[in-house]
Design a protein around this ligand. Structure first.
Ligand code: UT7
Length: 329
């Protein structure tokens, strides 16, 4: 028996119907469409509307799409890794809520918190479970309802983020396809620049924290931008170098969608032309853990068996990384 690798064998996605345009944001904060487009590349983003709806309500349809496509009984799913910074509740894990909602009664699971790099961390973790030979069907879902933690009076953040979910099924592969290599990094000293101040054990919710708007995402954009531009480009170049991949070998760059300028800098550093870069930031903004799997979801019909994909992300933590995948179908 050959070496077992972990391959993505199906992709599902979900984006809410409601579209929040730049024009609409102009009525909410002191901003304008031109500024948002030129500084970020974003034109609109999706918002999950409705009472009593959380991240699991987007993760579930994304995973159900996979179950339908693969004609899978939910009971066959062995593990669900839910990458998110906007869990339905602090506990129990959203992964447990998802298992219950889809009827994955034989699955265990957990939430993984790595902000915008969440999906890459989850993919690497899920792959190890498959490579070990212990599991044969692992779901990794990246989902965030960013609108739940965004202050729509703060123009520094409200123009950037949106809601969405993307999911993949990981299965064993014996042809050497699937996840080939990952470089994952973190630096907790970056926490002052992108975080949520209250609601954790350090500063539990109180009337004061609510009044001070400390349950919203805070970002010092300029500083994060500087680290992101270098971090995402460096790690993408590093994964190519250590695997002797040239720009010609790369079929697709699948970047985290935080800012078009960060994506462009990464592609440039890799020497990859724009036509090989998956970009949907104009439609969805930054969906945090959702960006990379949502790109795979949108581009899945264009992917060919054996294509080399480089996935790259940078986000809060700081966390960042890159993953090399040989597409398996
Ligand atoms: O996914 C997690 C990781 N996050 C990121 O990667 C995000 C990284 N950061 C960014 O993408 C960018 O820093 C932003 C898009 C957040 C901001 O772009 P920037 O080019 O760094 O702008 P800035 O913050 O330096 O602001 C430039 C100017 C300022 O005015 P002055 O001081 O030059 O007069 C801001 O006050 O633009 C002003 N400004 C705005 N104007 C209109 C800031 N936000 C807005 C706004 N609309 N929404």
């Amino acid at each position: 028996m050959g070496k077992i690798t972990a391959a993505i064998t199906a992709v599902g996605g979900y984006i809410p119907d409601y579209i929040l345009t730049n024009k609409e944001l102009e009525k909410m904060v002191e901003t304008n469409d031109e500024w948002i487009r030129t500084r970020t590349g974003i034109e609109e983003r999706r918002i999950l509307k409705g009472e009593g709806k959380g991240s699991s309500d987007m993760a579930v349809p994304a995973i159900e799409e996979i179950l339908r496509k693969k004609n899978l009984d939910p009971k066959e799913i062995e593990c669900i890794i839910c990458c998110t910074v906007t869990p339905d509740m602090v506990f129990p894990a959203t992964a447990n809520i998802i298992s219950d909602k889809i009827g994955a009664t034989n699955a265990w699971g957990f939430d993984l918190s790595a902000a915008c790099s969440g999906f890459l961390y989850g993919l690497s973790t899920g792959s190890s479970f498959i490579e070990s030979g212990r599991y044969k069907k692992v779901i990794v879902v990246g989902v965030d309802k960013m609108s739940a933690i965004i202050d729509y009076t703060d123009r520094n953040t409200c123009i950037l983020f949106g809601d969405g979910a993307g999911a993949v099924l990981l299965e064993p592969n014996e042809e050497g396809l699937g996840i080939q290599d990952s470089i994952l990094k973190s630096d907790g000293s970056g926490r002052p620049y992108l975080h949520m101040k209250a609601g954790g054990s350090l500063k539990p919710a109180s009337i004061e924290t609510v009044t001070a708007k400390e349950h919203y995402a805070f970002q010092e954009g300029k500083t994060v931008f500087k680290f992101a531009v270098v971090g995402m480009a460096d790690v993408s170049a590093e994964i190519m170098e250590r695997n002797n991949l040239t720009a010609d070998d790369v079929a697709w760059l699948v970047p985290h969608q935080a800012n078009l300028r960060i994506i462009d800098a990464t592609a440039k550093r890799m020497g990859v032309s724009t036509d090989k870069v998956m970009i949907n930031i104009h439609k969805y903004g930054n969906t945090t853990s959702g960006t990379i799997p949502l790109c795979l979801w949108e581009w899945q019909n264009q992917l060919k068996k054996g294509d080399n994909l480089i996935l790259a992300a940078f986000g809060g933590g700081f966390t960042w990384g890159a993953t090399w995948i040989k597409w398996a179908y």
